[in-house]
Design a protein around this ligand. Structure first.
Ligand SMILES: [Zn+2]
Length: 759
């Protein structure tokens, strides 16, 4: 650990910055961001003799005086950065020479062991070529589309874009988002089979070898019939391995062959340019051409993982040899897309010689394109050429080591171990150690929380009891459930005046819900017979994005009403009702899980998403930069435990401000001596350091908690900041310990809500 104080000059100002290498270089950049407004990715930090300071610099010896240059808009600076990056990614000549030599040697070896025999490889590819033709059958496509909840998936696709702030997606963006939803839905709707349960009693079975196919099985291309004997009743259960995806739409089960076969039909049924990927080391998956990426994208339906071609070699530790892409109009060798160890892979390719293989593929491709027009063929050939160029380029680029890939998840543990594809679950991670700065798209969350204030004041005014107040909120909740169940593009519901006693109060208090309806992009109108019509006010996706947030908030409010002693304005003390929830800030974390555990998930107001730090059990941090660099006073915050794995819950943490800023006049006086800064060095020993009080940009500790325990999942806990009175534009949570560090390497949190004092 090295702790230094630097004087950083930028334009005409100089800032004192304390930096501790334990915090990580990103934290230094973030501190500079909060001081200068130069975003971290546009910062260039220069030391003595204009040497570039990076995370690899020796912080013990670099100059006290640093200079910050913004590379924004300065073209040559950007060009230099890009060059530096591509230099890092590109291999040195020496490395390249070594690889080319290894490749040559492998080819030489292949020359000795492999013949020019084309049959064996052709025998394995041909059946798949016939199989992909089935995806073009309009009847099969129609039947496939009928099994998909299209409206739901379209809504989910639009929500996922809306959550990124994209409410006006292009057709290409929508198609891409829909494809991913199709993948996730498919993974949920298809079942993995090792040994099928007994037909007769449902108990476990064990393999009894192969049987002979009957006529109803051969009708759907099942030539291999696996037999399983029941461990309890000795009944024999048949497991026909169907090849016709039409049958798979009905059975919805199998191993990777069935999964990829059926999923590729779905992709074709929704018009995606798709191909079936056949890996000779016994796996099958799908690729779709992505117009937004301008290339083919890997999709593994068994795993629900996309665009991670190194998953098999790096994650599953597979020793690949041949990987072929089989489409309706061509067959390609795409092995090089899935490896970064080409010479090693080449040394395992001994079924046939490379020229003989290339001839087989081009023969089949020519055959498949026989009936196409010259124009279409030349377009396909152009695309092939672009793909081959990109593959060759990718092969010699360095592996992206910052992303670690997960082991195989499909199939049970024993089956994976038997295939040497098992990696312990704790290491299953798509985590990224260098996260980008992300913006929270969560102003709707703040709007919804704020809208509860008028509702609760009215309830306190009119309700005779806690029970009655909770009932009113339940009535409102049911109205929203009706809306949620209606088609998302035309959501509408009609509320007839409720005639019970709580209905009477509901009618009296209904006007106070208008702010909440507004936050949901809904409108209400008095209809005929005194009913109230509630319908969409603007973009339907805004309502779709907001609905889960309001459901979770309602549950929380109802729960709190049940818990409080009396229903009055003081008993409802949770901060979200009284304070300004910060939103739209920028977030940077020490690490995050892709794609579902990114840092901004802690701020989206929904329960099921969470921020997950794959290496966070030993300590991790998240920095929140207030929108527009506004100075605010943090007075309280709420943390919510995530959906599962209590061992990953936060136990000890500290909250600091990123900039000492100004004291709020009159507050916190007399506490000046008490500001302490807590750090944990790499060995995990806690130490308390004196923090600097004036000037500079040290991290001042605002609040510290130890031995906290979340008893339940989705449990919210409110913390009032112990040393308020600071105006700051950035806050850092340092999570020092999780509930059980022996059981996990991970940290996770369901949500973080920051509440500012009213200014
Ligand atoms: Zn049985």
């Amino acid at each position: 650990m090295v702790a230094r104080r630097f004087a950083v000059s930028h334009n005409d100002s100089t800032f004192d910055v304390d930096y501790d290498t334990d915090d990580g270089f990103e934290v230094l950049k973030y501190q500079l961001f909060s001081l200068t407004c130069v975003p971290p990715d546009q910062q260039k930090i220069l030391g003595r003799d204009d040497q570039i300071v990076s995370d690899e610099s020796d912080f013990a010896s670099i100059s006290d005086k640093l200079r910050l240059v913004s590379i924004d808009g300065v073209e040559e600076e950007i060009a230099a950065e890009v060059k530096e990056k591509s230099d890092k990614l590109a291999m040195s000549d020496e490395e390249l020479a070594r690889i080319l030599q290894a490749e040559e040697e492998a080819l030489m070896m292949q020359h000795f062991v492999a013949s020019d025999n084309k049959e064996q490889v052709e025998q394995r590819i041909r059946p798949r070529v016939n199989q992909v033709q089935m995806y073009e059958d309009p009847h099969r496509q129609e039947m496939a589309r009928k099994t998909v909840p299209v409206d739901k998936l379209e809504e989910k696709a639009l929500i996922s874009l809306g959550r990124e702030g994209n409410y006006k997606p292009t057709k290409v963006e929508q198609d891409n988002a829909f494809l991913l939803q199709l993948l996730f839905w498919f993974k949920q709707s298809f079942r993995w089979v090792n040994a099928p349960p007994c037909d007769s009693c449902g108990n476990e079975t064990k393999s009894q070898g192969m049987g002979v196919a009957n006529s109803s099985e051969t009708l759907y291309g099942a030539s291999r019939i696996e037999l399983y004997c029941c461990n309890s009743c000795s009944n024999i259960t048949r497991f026909p391995r169907y090849n016709d995806p039409l049958k798979l739409l009905e059975t919805r089960k199998g191993r990777c062959g069935e999964w990829a076969n059926c999923f590729t039909l779905y992709c074709r049924a929704f018009g995606y340019d798709s191909r079936l990927i056949l890996d000779f080391t016994d796996h099958v998956w799908t690729e779709c051409f992505s117009p937004s990426l301008g290339r083919w994208m890997h999709l593994d339906p068994c795993e629900g993982i996309y665009d991670n071609p190194l998953l098999y070699e790096k994650g599953w530790k597979k020793s690949l040899n041949y990987v072929f892409a089989i489409a309706k109009d061509g067959v390609h060798d795409v092995t090089k897309c899935y490896t970064r160890k080409w010479p090693e892979v080449l040394s395992r390719r001994n079924i046939t010689s490379e020229p003989a293989l290339a001839a087989v593929l081009s023969d089949i491709t020519r055959e498949l394109r026989k009936k196409l027009s010259a124009e279409v063929i030349s377009a396909l050939e152009e695309r092939d050429r672009i793909e081959m160029d990109a593959i060759e380029r990718g092969l010699y680029s360095k592996d992206d080591a910052s992303v670690s890939l997960p082991g195989r998840l499909s199939g049970d543990k024993e089956w994976r171990i038997a295939r040497s594809e098992f990696v312990s679950d704790e290491k299953n991670s798509l985590s990224s150690s260098s996260c980008p700065v992300r913006r929270c798209i969560d102003d709707h969350v703040t709007k919804i929380y704020s809208a509860f204030s008028p509702v609760l004041s009215k309830l306190i005014e009119y309700s005779p009891s806690k029970k009655a107040a909770a009932e009113i909120l339940e009535i409102f909740r049911n109205i929203l459930v009706d809306l949620k169940n209606s088609p998302f593009r035309t959501r509408r519901t009609s509320v007839n005046s409720v005639s019970s006693s709580s209905g009477d109060i509901f009618n009296k208090t209904f006007a106070s819900f208008s702010q909440l309806l507004d936050a949901l992009s809904l409108k209400s109108e008095l209809g005929v017979n005194g009913s109230i019509d509630i319908y969409l006010a603007s973009d339907p996706v805004k309502t779709s994005v907001a609905l889960p947030v309001v459901f979770h908030a309602l549950d929380y409010v109802i729960y709190n009403i049940g818990q409080c002693a009396r229903l009055d304005s003081r008993s409802l003390s949770w901060p979200l009702l009284k304070l300004n929830r910060l939103c739209s800030g920028l977030v940077l974390a020490s690490g995050e899980e892709l794609p579902f555990g990114i840092a901004t998930c802690a701020f989206d107001g929904t329960r099921m998403s969470k921020w997950e730090e794959p290496n966070g059990a030993a300590g991790c941090w998240i920095i929140y930069q207030v929108a527009g660099n506004r100075m605010v006073e943090l007075v309280a915050y709420e943390l919510m435990s995530a959906n599962d794995a209590p061992e990953r819950d936060p136990k000890d943490w500290g909250v600091g401000t990123g900039r000492s800023g100004e004291r709020v006049r009159g507050k916190g006086e007399g506490k000046k001596e008490g500001l302490k800064r807590e750090l944990v060095d790499l060995a995990g020993h806690k130490r308390v350091l004196e923090g600097s009080e004036n000037g500079g940009s040290s991290w001042h500790l605002l609040d510290k908690r130890t031995s906290q325990m979340f008893d339940k999942r989705f449990q919210r806990k409110t913390f009032t900041v112990s040393s308020p009175g600071y105006l700051a534009n950035a806050f850092r949570f340092r999570f020092l310990a999780v509930r059980d560090k022996n059981a996990t390497s991970r940290f996770q949190i369901g949500s973080i809500d920051l509440c500012a004092g009213s200014s």
